[in-house]
Design a protein around this ligand. Structure first.
Ligand code: GLN
Length: 564
């Protein structure tokens, strides 16, 4: 076994400047040089996992194979490294404290007084090492969430410092900093970076590399300044200007020979440098240069936060669409459609007649394909159902993900299978026409208000029916996909739905859970929903077969529209 090395990635000045992409890219450039890598994310929240967080605040909840609900950065790691990670690769303050307290209750500290320092950082170190061992990684990249100077991440920095002290030749620190260019000055400023490095120094940590994020590339003078004042050699200051595609970041890093520099700092022997793997370079060129577009509407509810549209809540879906469009040499143009728009405003009390005018679903005609992604609760549901109905009746390719599948089944039940009151138990607990019902295993948990990490989570097998769209796309009879839901298609109504023409083309191997619903190709070019989340397994170099099939149908639909 080669000596394990660790790279800690920390952020300075402001958050949101690409620490996750930096960490993914660092791991990737080392992987491209033949090094066995793994990547970890540390989030300073007290939440035990990301599953209980609202996506408008925190972005997408990314689910791993083993069912752990994590931060969206884990998705970036998996996509850049083309690998699957486990719960060992993610931790939060809540998770760490939970483990320390459980150990204390189990007398694991043998009667010692258990203290915040050193016991908490030691638990962090143990977890980092466990992830390294599980992946048998030569280099482990660890992203510490938050920004330097925040109270929340101090214990994690303490853990990193302890690891450096123990093994100074095999631990490196990368600081991702931001250099603002105030409009009034027109000059890029290094001072905030200098202050951040000093603050990091106060935790006993000196960065080896500074990644200088800025709108334009850093010039020599600024590199020198950062070098002098931050105590980092000039060639360890790496320019990271804004670029069009995140997938170019590893290639940009390599223009500054970052893998060689890290290899030297960590005493890691690297394989030949081939300018990024050929396939990756091809992919990045294709994704940047595609001119022809395929227009996709995402109909959902988590889009608005104040005056901003927050697409982060659906990050993996967006990327999955992009990869599949790219596979056909197209650029995905994704537009956000607020489902609420299609709902009739509530009728004022005492008023007669219909309520106000909802936006017409006919605006969906301009898209080549429609997606309803995952979701929870009743807001926007009737609008989503209206959009799905329109897609079905107008034969616009439709792809439903999790909630998007459940709502498609409800829509079909209401308007094509003679069950006008069809609904989901999630929104109508008392209804006697719950086409979508709570899973038996979930009922008790809900009653006990045991919400954290208790949904049907992670990877489950699914058997495909021959001759269906799903089976044609996967070209397999059994698949494995990641789940995150509490409700399922109610077995009581399955035969009624089937008789009306809906096909359950994917089922759990014992045949009890409906995992994919679709309409036959003779009825509709692509009307399909999955109870699982295929977006979590889409990778740049391995687009997801269902997304690719959907995009194919969308492209064909666009062509047919043009001919009309
Ligand atoms: N709310 C639905 C359920 O819990 C769907 C969940 C989802 O879309 N992830 O079953």
């Amino acid at each position: 076994m080669k000596h394990p090395s660790y790279i800690f990635v920390v952020g300075g000045v402001i958050s949101g400047v690409g620490k996750g992409i930096t960490s993914s890219s660092i791991a990737k450039i080392l992987q491209d040089r033949g090094v066995r890598v793994t990547a970890l994310k540390i989030d300073p929240y007290v939440n035990v996992d990301a599953g209980t967080m609202n996506p408008t605040e925190h972005g997408e909840v990314f689910v791993l194979d083993d069912g752990y609900e994590t931060d969206q950065d884990m998705g970036n790691y998996e996509r850049f490294l083309n690998t699957s990670l486990s719960s060992r690769n993610y931790m939060t303050t809540g998770r760490v404290y939970q483990a320390v307290i459980a150990n204390e209750r189990a007398l694991k500290y043998k009667g010692a007084c258990v203290q915040v320092v050193p016991h908490v950082p030691l638990e962090v170190v143990a977890r980092i090492e466990a992830a390294q061992r599980e992946a048998n990684a030569e280099v482990t990249v660890i992203e510490i969430g938050g920004t330097i100077g925040e109270y929340e991440n101090i214990l994690f920095l303490e853990a990193a410092r302890m690891m450096k002290l123990r093994d100074p030749d095999h631990v490196a620190f990368v600081m991702v900093s931001y250099l603002p260019t105030p409009g009034s000055l027109g000059e890029m400023k290094t001072k905030p970076t200098q202050h951040s490095v000093r603050t990091l120094n106060a935790s006993g940590i000196q960065p080896d590399i500074v990644i200088a994020r800025s709108t334009l590339a850093l010039d020599e003078k600024r590199k020198q300044k950062i070098s002098y004042f931050c105590n980092v050699s000039e060639d360890h200051v790496i320019a990271a200007p804004d670029i069009k595609s995140i997938y170019d970041v590893p290639l940009n890093f390599e223009r500054e020979n970052l893998s060689d520099k890290l290899g030297k700092i960590l005493h890691v022997k690297l394989g030949a440098k081939n300018g990024g793997t050929k396939q990756w370079v091809q992919f990045t060129n294709k994704i940047k240069n595609a001119k022809d577009t395929v227009k996709i509407a995402m109909v959902g509810k988590y889009f608005e936060t104040g005056a901003f549209v927050l697409s982060d809540a659906y990050l993996s879906v967006i990327e999955a669409v992009k990869y599949s469009a790219c596979a056909y040499g197209k650029r995905a143009e994704i537009e956000w459609v607020n489902a609420g728009e299609f709902e009739k405003p509530a009728r004022p009390r005492g008023a007669s007649g219909a309520g106000g005018n909802p936006a017409s679903v006919a605006r969906l005609l301009r898209y080549d394909g429609i997606i309803v992604p995952g979701g929870f609760g009743s807001r926007g549901v009737e609008g989503k159902i209206a959009a799905i109905r329109f897609a079905r009746e107008k034969k616009i390719p439709y792809f439903g993900l999790c909630y998007g599948m459940q709502l498609a089944v409800i829509e079909f039940a209401r308007h094509a299978a003679g069950m006008p009151s069809a609904t989901t138990r999630e929104n109508n607990p008392k209804s006697d026409c719950c086409i979508i019902d709570i899973m038996e295993t979930q009922r008790e948990k809900m009653d006990k208000q045991d919400f954290g990490g208790t949904m049907r989570l992670g990877t489950y097998p699914c058997t495909l029916m021959r001759g269906t769209i799903a089976q044609g796309a996967y070209r397999k009879s059994t698949i494995h996909e990641r789940h995150r839901h509490r409700y399922e298609v109610n077995p009581k109504f399955i035969s009624q739905l089937e008789v009306a023409g809906l096909i359950f083309s994917g089922k759990s191997p014992d045949g009890t859970l409906m995992e994919i619903a679709e309409l036959p190709k003779s009825e509709h070019p692509f009307f399909l929903g999955t109870q699982f989340h295929p977006e979590f397994l889409a990778r740049p170099l391995q687009p997801h077969p269902l997304f690719t099939e959907f995009i194919k149908a969308a492209i064909a639909h666009a062509k047919a529209k043009r001919k009309k």
